[in-house]
Ligand binder design. Structure first.
Ligand code: SF4
Length: 219
């Protein structure tokens, strides 16, 4: 279901070097952690998915280490459990790139494909990576749902679709029906900080997944 190359190559370049600051940073990370992926992290999931989840960027000891979005650190625990509960995932945990997990009708990607220092990409880096996201969004059929995890992902999706932020404000649980035929649903990011401070609770996160499911299932 999820082949080794999950999306067409124009949506992802494993050797991309558009962002010199991130390329340098990754070289340093690779030197300190030789076992880490420490390179652009590809989208993961069903190439024909109607449900696309967009995160911010790989985490140092998560996706940057494992090479799979939201895998290896706290941020993925709730996400993959929710995907399993809602019927998108074949298992409740994502352990590593070769754990056999598959996603049905769902794909996960990041607005920025490379690890940024302190988890903070610069605006120019979000912009540089935006056309990969635009090409990935273009793969989605009308009626598909995009779940943006956090404001940066939300704004990156709008930018990739050529839409104004002022017309579609981020808000947890907000649902934006877009002219292009997609539905954008917002959620707070499932980061350790947000889940441990209670900004994002499990019932809140489950509610946005149920919302996304309803959108997918409605005509
Ligand atoms: S963040 Fe995106 S655009 Fe920048 S180097 Fe990585 S893959 Fe390329």
């Amino acid at each position: 279901m999820n082949p080794v190359v999950p999306v067409p190559p124009e949506c992802f370049d494993p050797a991309c070097s558009r962002c010199p600051r991130l390329v340098d940073f990754l070289a340093g990370v690779r030197a300190r952690h030789v076992e880490y992926h420490a390179a652009p992290v590809p989208p993961f999931g069903d190439p024909e998915a109607r449900f696309l989840i967009v995160g911010l960027a790989p985490g140092m000891h998560g996706a940057n280490a494992s090479g799979r979005p939201f895998t290896g650190d706290h941020a993925g625990i709730l996400l993959y459990r929710m995907l399993y509960e809602m019927g998108f995932g074949s298992a409740p945990e994502s352990v590593s790139r070769d754990d056999g997990l598959t996603l049905r009708d769902c794909r996960i990607t990041n607005a920025v494909k490379c690890l940024p220092p302190e988890n903070k990409p610069l605006t120019r880096e979000i912009q540089a990576c935006n056309d990969y996201l635009a090409r990935e969004l273009a793969l989605l059929a009308a009626g598909s749902v995009v779940l943006a995890l956090g404001t940066i992902a939300h704004n990156a999706v709008l930018r990739a679709l050529g839409l104004r932020q002022s017309a579609h404000r981020f808000g947890h649980g907000h649902e934006h029906v877009l002219e292009c035929g997609l539905v954008l649903v917002d959620s707070y990011h499932c980061s350790r900080y947000n889940t441990q401070t209670g900004r994002l609770t499990e019932p809140m996160f489950r509610a946005v997944f149920e919302q996304a499911r309803r959108c997918l299932d409605s005509p």
